[in-house]
Structure formats: C-alpha cells, structure tokens
Design a protein around this ligand. Structure first.
Ligand code: COS
Length: 391
C-alpha cells in the first residue's frame, strides 16, 4: 500500500465519502443510544478499517504512519465514537503484538484483529496507577510454565467488546517501578476475568470504557508479548505503543478541528445579525482565523512527525509535542465553535456542544498534557546531556 498513491487516494476518497454519507447522519443516534450500530461496524469491517496498521501478510492494509494519519484526519470529520470502534485494533490494542510480538503471536492474533472479528484492548491504567503507569500493582505470579494474573485495570477503552487484552503486570514483586513489568496477551474469555459496569462519561457516547478485573487468571509463558526474553520488559512495549498512539490521537484532533471550523464558517456566513452575516464582523473573523491557524500548525506537526517515523526516526518527543498541541488546540477550537454559534452552540440541536464535550478527553487519555510536557522536557535534558558527553 505504501507506494501506490492512486490506490491510496481511492481509499481516502472512500473513507471521506463513508464519513460524509454514512457516519455523519447517524451522529445523534449514536449519542442518544450510546452505541455504534452493528451495521456501521460491519461496514467498517468491509472497508478494512480495523486493519489499517497491520501488514498485508496478516490481512491488514499495511499503511505507513503518514498514510494512517491521513485516514485519521478524515475519520475526525465525525463523532470520535465512530473512530473509537476501530481505534484500539489499529492502535494500542494491536500494536504491542505488531511491534514486539513473536511470529506465532502475530500469525494467531493479527488476522482476526485486522478483520475486526476480534477487538483488542490495552490494559495499562489502574485505580492507583494512571499517569504514573510504572507503579502499576497488577501482579503476574509464576507457577511453572504459567503465570497467575491478579489486579484491576481501569477506564479500559473497548473492554466491553474486547476478545483479547494486552495486559501489563508486575512479574518482579521486588520492583515498584517500570522495571519488572511484563506485557501479556490475554484472551478476554479466560476464567477469572470480569468486567465492571460501563463508565458513564462526559462525552464520546458510543465509545465504551470499563474496569477489567483479573482474579488469578492463568496464562501460559507463551502469552508474554515477544516471548520469555521479554520478561520484565513490558513497560518499554507500552511506551512504544503509546508513542504511535499519541500521534494518531493528534491526527484525530486535527480532523475534528477541521469539522468544527467548517461548521463554524458555514454558520457564520449564513447567520445574520445587525443586517449582515456575522462572518463579516472582524471579531468573528479573528476567531475563525485563529482556529484555521492553530489547526494548520497541528496538521503540519502531525504530518512531519509521521514522515520522520516512516524514515526510521524515534518520535517519542515529537509525538508528545503533537499530542499536547493538537489536543489543546482542538479544545480551543471547540470553545470558539460554541462561541461563534452562540445560543445554537450551547443547545444540543447543532451538535457543537457534543463535540465540545467529546474533545475534552483528548487532553487526558493516552497521556495527559502534563505527561506530554514531562516526556518532552525529560527527552530534551537527556539529549542535551548526551550531546555534552560526546563533546
Ligand atoms: N520508547 C521505548 N522505551 C521507552 C520509552 C519510549 N518512548 N519511554 C520510556 N521507555 C523505557 C525507558 O527506556 C525505560 O527502560 P530502561 O529502564 O530499560 O531504561 C523504561 O521504559 C521506563 O521509562 P521511564 O524511566 O521514563 O519510566 P517512568 O516510570 O519514569 O515513566 C512516564 C515515564 C511518566 C512518561 C510514563 O509513565 C507515562 O507515559 N505515563 C503516562 C501513561 C499513559 O499515557 N497512560 C494512559 C493510559 S493508556 S490509554
């Protein structure tokens, strides 16, 4: 897929049409019913949307990151609950296996994740371990060729639908930090796994999260992502998965900002006050111009970071910059969209207030803005120390 630009352009056109004709008309229905309809999920499967980032060998579309962010820009043109359906299979729910899995793990799980037959979820966060993910308490105690996993994971996206979990658990009971954490692939139907009730969220109705509780869940050593040589190395897997995930979230933020800008511009050109469209007023123009500028900046950041990744560069710092800037940007854009729409922005009919609530999550999940700041600054000081050591 990576070289055939004509085929890729067709895919982009198809996704754009799908968003415009099939998803946007059903935004309200999804918000009201708190569910993405089964026929829409099936259409997503038919379009191959569950396997964007999985190689063709395993039935995916094998997009590179530059291509994947273009898809995310377009999927951002509608309620984020739709993208969330495919979000974990393309991101945190599959990438642990894609990046660090053994060939057996890839062959077993990836085809079903790519087809959407199986939903993957990422179990890192716990009641007492959110931003400080390295302090997680879920334990995996060795029992011969098996491990017994016990602990509670919180706010797990797509857990109610999941068939497989990537679970981070402490295999070294002596360690209290990121070292001694191992990543496991765990079948969601194993005895000892229960789900909490669905979280009642501020926004993104139709996208579901809940607790996942593990009570002495028995898994083989072959469930360690990457095999036994990766015992105790699961935290690095989590961080690599999140680097990629953070860039994709940033791309979705750009897509949603584009949608809000388009809606705000259309409204401002049609809505008349003082005898003329409000788009003619300079104070409204200033808001529109700020929205366009910030969104363009985020788009450029995302595209450049994806390009660097595709050229084999480490992108931990840039992905954190993108996640922080784009998620804060879309928050400001959504706020201005409400302002431009005035009363119509505050009532539910226009959907603007829904986006305003939906986008609030982007500054929190897959690492808060404050965690992105910490990652960026830590990497800056680390690089500076390395540079001065070389001189
Ligand atoms: N790629 C590869 N490896 C990485 C990495 C990356 N981007 N970032 C860190 N690592 C490795 C480190 O090299 C280190 O390995 P060694 O011990 O072998 O050197 C290990 O992971 C631990 O890293 P670090 O010391 O930086 O861990 P900390 O506990 O200090 O935590 C933060 C770092 C705060 C950045 C991390 O806990 C984090 O990202 N928290 C937010 C979690 C999050 O996003 N949660 C959202 C839930 S998922 S939807």
């Amino acid at each position: 897929m990576t070289t055939d630009s004509e085929v890729f352009q067709q895919l982009l056109d198809t996704v754009e049409r799908f968003v415009r004709e099939r998803l946007r008309p059903r935004e309200l229905e999804v918000a009201m019913s708190d569910a993405v309809p089964a026929d829409v999920v099936q259409e997503m499967r038919d379009l191959g949307l569950f396997g964007l980032a999985i190689s063709e060998e395993f039935g995916g579309l094998e997009l590179n990151l530059s291509e994947e962010v273009q898809i995310a820009f377009r999927l951002g043109g509608t309620s984020p609950a739709f993208r969330s359906v495919i979000g974990t299979n393309n991101g945190i729910g599959s990438q642990g296996i894609v990046i660090d899995g053994t060939s057996e793990q890839k062959a077993y799980y990836l085809p079903r994740l790519a087809s959407g037959e199986l939903i993957g979820s990422f179990c890192l966060t716990e009641p007492e371990a959110g931003s400080d993910a390295g302090s997680l308490r879920t334990s995996a105690k060795r029992d011969g060729d098996y491990f017994l996993i016990s602990g509670t994971k919180r706010f797990i996206t797509n857990a109610p639908q999941a068939g497989v979990f990537t679970v981070f658990a402490r295999t070294d009971p002596e360690s209290k930090t990121a070292s001694g954490v191992t990543a496991f692939i765990v079948d969601a139907h194993l005895p000892g796994i229960t789900l909490g009730k669905k979280d009642h969220k501020m926004g993104q109705q139709g996208a579901h999260t809940c607790d996942v509780i593990f009570d002495n869940v028995r898994v083989s050593v072959t469930a360690i992502i990457g095999g036994e040589r990766n015992l105790g190395k699961g935290f690095a897997t989590a961080m690599k998965v999140l680097d990629r995930g953070r860039l994709t979230i940033a791309a979705v933020c750009v897509g949603i900002a584009e949608r809000l800008i388009a809606d705000s511009l259309a409204y401002a050109m049609e809505r008349k006050q003082f005898g003329q469209p409000i788009a003619e007023f300079q104070l409204v123009q200033a808001m529109l111009a700020d929205m366009r500028t910030e969104c363009f900046a985020a788009q450029c950041m995302v595209e450049e970071t994806a390009r660097r990744f595709d050229n084999g560069k480490m992108i931990a710092t840039e992905a954190a910059c993108c996640k922080m800037f784009a998620s804060e940007m879309v928050g400001r854009v959504a706020d201005k969209a409400v302002q431009i729409h005035g009363g119509a922005g505050y009532v539910a009919d226009y959907g603007i207030e829904r986006f305003y609530r939906d986008v609030r999550l982007f500054r929190i999940y897959e690492g808060t803005t404050q965690i992105q700041q910490l990652v960026i600054a830590r990497n800056m000081t680390r690089d500076a120390r390395r540079q001065s050591a070389n001189i």
